[in-house]
Design a protein around this ligand. Structure first.
Ligand code: PGA
Length: 264
């Protein structure tokens, strides 16, 4: 794992967008894993700008989102289908059949989850997976005690997550769907590269647990410590409780792979 600290949330998001754009330019048939959440919104805005102004081409790219609420139809503006349409899909030239999210309206959820895994495999696996980290420590909707080898499945949301996401449901945690379909921790760990973006002082404690704490199911994001190619990008505020920052800053300043990103 590497940790990259940028001065602001805006610059952290811009660096993540550049990592995606460079991966897409290197491999036009990139299979891209996507995440929802407020943290990712500036990343998608920057990718939309790169498409508009620099012709970043998504026409051969395939996407898979991490999760979707159970019981929300794709037309529902609070569904992640709708959130992704508004944030990214309608602004870039992804093909009509190229975007995938779990089916929150599936009558047979277990079969829908198995099909989602099958679809990822049929596309050759995920090349680059974007991730946020929730205040519960989740990646996707893998709430505390999610098995570190879990696959796409139905999951009950934790009270911390219901409270975190209440802002999209009129501020009332009781109106947030209680269950979701999420890629499992094991599914996420199979992506060839993981890029997590974590910004804001409210994420400082959970980021320190995820990156420097013990590996364990209480903090699903700590499973990223197992991944052979994972970078965590944060702003100064989210990095404020990390203890190894001198080393992380030295690595970003000196390692060849990061030289092209110094001004990002
Ligand atoms: P946020 O959510 O970006 O809205 O903080 C991240 C997450 O819950 O994974």
């Amino acid at each position: 794992m590497e940790v990259v600290i940028r001065p602001t949330a805006e610059r952290a998001a811009r660096l993540v967008a550049r990592l995606v754009a460079d991966a897409l330019r290197d491999n036009p048939t990139l299979v891209l894993g996507l995440a929802t959440g407020a943290t990712m919104e500036p990343v998608y805005a920057e990718l939309a700008r790169l498409h508009r102004e620099e012709r970043l081409d998504f026409s051969h790219c395939t996407t898979f989102n991490l999760d979707e609420y159970i019981g929300l139809a794709p037309e529902d503006p609070r569904s992640y289908h709708a959130v992704m349409r508004e944030a990214l899909f309608r602004h870039v030239n992804l093909g009509g059949a190229a975007t995938h999210l779990p089916d929150g309206m599936a009558t047979d959820v277990a079969s829908a989850c198995a099909r989602y895994e099958q679809r990822i495999r049929a596309c050759g696996g995920i090349d680059l997976q974007l991730l946020g980290i929730g205040q519960s420590g989740h990646i996707g909707f893998n709430e505390p005690l999610s098995a570190l080898r879990s696959r796409t499945r139905e999951k009950a949301l934790s009270p911390v997550t219901l409270a975190q996401n209440a802002r999209y449901f009129g501020g009332d945690p009781a109106r947030v769907p209680r269950r979701a379909i999420t890629m499992g921790v094991g599914t996420i760990l199979e992506a060839r590269r993981c890029v997590a973006l974590v910004t804001g002082a409210h994420k400082a404690a959970i980021l320190a647990r995820a990156v420097e704490g013990p590996l364990g199911a209480m903090v699903s994001a700590s499973a990223l410590q197992l991944h052979p190619s994972c970078v965590v990008v944060s702003d100064e505020a989210a990095a404020s409780q990390l203890s190894g920052t001198d080393y992380y800053r030295w690595t970003f300043a000196h390692e060849p792979e990061w030289q092209a990103y110094q001004d990002a």
